[in-house]
Design a protein around this ligand. Structure first.
Ligand SMILES: [Zn+2]
Ligand SMILES: [Zn+2]
Length: 304
């Protein structure tokens, strides 16, 4: 079997005709046998596609022929077309949905007015210089931070990126408006938008971790300021930077250490993913999220 790969990429650039780009990208992927998910908006493109190595290489070359995508970086990772159920290429209001379409400004150089990019080493320099004053601000959904985050990071109370604007305007974080704030997320894309929303709301010194936790982990593993596992949006669910990763998460039912998210067994009315230990998740009666109605459903299923 030919060697396969997955490509991850995004760029913020003005796209005059998102529909035309969508149709072109769909044709290109179909002709190369790639599967995955691509979102295009008037502000850029965000994609994850998998397929044979030769097809991926050709995809990168062809995609970079579009002037706005010329300098786009592609991350190569393990996997292939079989990791995706199908090919989906869509035009959306935003490539990451913060509900901020009218606010986000993008030009040929990317997001206008975003936080300053810091490479992993530069984050360490900032911490050396400014010490305890530096605040790490988690740009992901709160659930993701349950199994891993930067040491002492502030984790906003958000279920989805759509909740960020209200959270930033709640006043809860006003104390950090004059502090150096390092925003971070999985691969960097969410902080491109988040850091600009923060600056627009009076946070005066905002940075963003370049390449996200993924790149930081490649450089420092578990020897730096990161603690625990990294939540990922594919079937792996989480990854660790080496075997010495700290276990931050706890089973919601028994409290034992766990970094494994499991779907609540009450699939009809609860779609929550919760941390469960192997012991609890291996029995139907204890593979629920802890909500009383879900516990009742689990008990019923276990008895039948
Ligand atoms: Zn448990
Ligand atoms: Zn539940």
């Amino acid at each position: 079997m030919a060697l396969s790969k997955i490509l991850l990429y995004y760029t913020f650039t003005p796209i005059a005709d998102p529909t035309a780009v969508m149709l072109w990208q769909r044709d290109l992927c179909e002709s190369l046998g790639l599967k995955g998910r691509i979102i295009i908006s008037e502000h850029g493109i965000n994609g994850t596609v998998g397929g044979e190595m030769a097809a991926c290489k050709k995809y990168v070359r062809k995609t970079r022929e579009y002037p706005g995508f010329k300098g786009m970086e592609f991350k190569w990772s393990e996997g292939g077309a079989e990791d995706f159920p199908k090919l989906s290429v869509k035009v959306r209001d935003e490539i990451v949905s913060f509900g901020a379409r009218g606010e986000l400004k993008v030009d040929e150089n990317g997001v206008v007015g975003g936080g300053q990019h810091l490479k992993p080493g530069e984050v360490h320099e900032l911490v050396e210089k400014r010490g305890e004053d530096v605040v790490f601000f988690d740009g992901r959904n709160a659930m993701e931070a349950q199994i891993g985050k930067f040491r002492d990071a502030v984790v906003p109370d958000v279920d989805t990126t759509h909740d960020f604007i209200a959270e930033l305007e709640s006043g809860k974080y006003d104390w950090m408006k004059d502090k150096p704030v390092v925003s971070y997320c999985t691969g960097g894309i969410r902080c491109e938008v988040l850091s600009s929303l923060m600056k627009n709301r009076g946070f005066s010194e905002v940075y963003q971790l370049d390449g996200g936790i993924v790149r930081y982990g490649e450089k420092y593993g578990n020897q730096g300021l990161w603690e625990g596992s990294l939540y990922v949006f594919d079937k792996r669910m989480h990854v660790e930077f080496g075997e010495d990763a700290a276990e931050l998460g706890h089973c919601v039912l028994c409290g034992n250490p766990s970094n494994t998210f499991v779907n609540c067994v009450n699939e009809d009315t609860c779609r929550r993913q919760v941390l469960l230990c192997d012991d609890c998740s291996s029995h139907i009666a204890t593979s629920h999220c802890g909500r009383p109605d879900c516990a009742a459903v689990a008990a019923e299923l276990a008895a039948s």
